[in-house]
Design a protein around this ligand. Structure first.
Ligand code: SF4
Length: 115
């Protein structure tokens, strides 16, 4: 049986468009704009609409991989998160807070770096 969930776009665009996501038998089958969202009012872009295909892609990564000696090897979530946290902490201490801001692509164009 299909169920529709209210959600929001997870992409790196700060519009955070409201979604209605249809799920059937545990699988996302449709991503549409939520017409009840007070700001985006059902409008979403092509990237947001493509998330149904992205969620169901055979090539979607489902677990962390680490490049070791030129090859990607599966590691645990705990090991991945510990390593990422340690690297972020090290970079923040060495280069400042702006060095760990994850921001790329279009939409907001990235935050300006504070002097
Ligand atoms: S404009 Fe597109 S990418 Fe940005 S939040 Fe909306 S659906 Fe997502």
């Amino acid at each position: 049986m299909a169920e529709v969930y209210h959600s929001a776009c997870p992409l790196n665009c700060w519009d955070s468009c409201g979604f209605n996501v249809t799920v059937e038998d545990g699988k996302v089958t449709k991503v549409e704009g939520d017409p009840e969202h007070p700001i985006t009012k059902g409008k979403i872009c092509g990237r947001g609409r493509m998330l149904e295909q992205r969620a169901n892609s055979d090539t979607r990564l489902l677990y962390p991989l680490k490049k070791i000696n030129g090859k990607f090897e599966r590691i645990s979530w705990e090991a991945a998160l510990d390593e990422i946290a340690a690297t972020m902490k090290q970079n923040k201490e060495k280069y400042g807070s702006a060095s760990i801001l994850h921001s790329h692509d279009y939409a907001n164009g990235g935050l300006p770096v504070q002097p």
